[in-house]
Design a protein. Sequence first.
Length: 309
Amino acid sequence: MTHSAALGAIAVSILAYAPPVALAALGGVLSERAGVINIGLEGMMRFGALFGAWCSLAAGSGPAAPWCGLLAGAAAGAAGGALLGFLAVWARADQIVAGVAINLLALGLVTFLLEWGMGASGGISDPVAMLPSIPLGPLGRLPAVATGAMLVLPAAASLFLRRTPAGLRWRAVGENPRAVAAAGVSVRGLRFAAAVASGALAGLGGALLPLALLGRFEDRMPAGQGFIALAAVVFGKWTPLGALGAAAFFAGAEGLQIELSSGGSLAALVPKGFFLALPYVLTLLVLAGLVGKAVPPAADGVPYDPEGR
């Protein structure tokens, strides 16, 4: 493969593989901007992937099937976000522990639902109806819907947070919740809504894995992409467009490892495990360089007590 073809393949990989991480990272940005840390992005993506594939299969092979799956994936993620919101906002549980609990719940519950509901283990072997894509010849296919959502939603979220009164309140609740409460805004209500929105976006990102990329559900989904989305939130400095750029960077690392491992003398000399670990190694290196430099919202992760001082 020529250098230009390899670069083209990496560019297509970025546009194809970045959307699930970008949408989940956007969910993480929205929740943390409101003061709720969402460690459960991985589990919410897992819920979205399963229910997206499941509902697409149930809807048949018609043109509406993948759209039904997309809505179901977002709804499943929103349910996970509502659980996080209840635990972190209303019950004032430790947000890190609540997020880890959701990840563990998704790990066990999805496996149970696969075996109980479909009599399958390891994934769903039946192919699911996929969203429209654009053929690009030898470079593969571009998932048009997923790429469009990745480009539009972060831009819309950025405008919302910066240019609207509701967005100002959203950001203020993550910086100074008592000032927002003094203005008559429900801090807990807004934080709960942020957790639900975060889960819906993570579920949407998870649903894109079977509906836009693979055409099937595998039990290992999302294979750590929710944790990479968490890294993208920090790398992007808690901004929607920054998280999009970080997701594109990590997707570029994914495309690079695919290109490096697909042929040439380097693939024969270097163990395959190195290429598989490359995106995660780059994620760790980026985070290590950001320690002490990225500053989260002031009230991020701090439970709000309306009776406290």
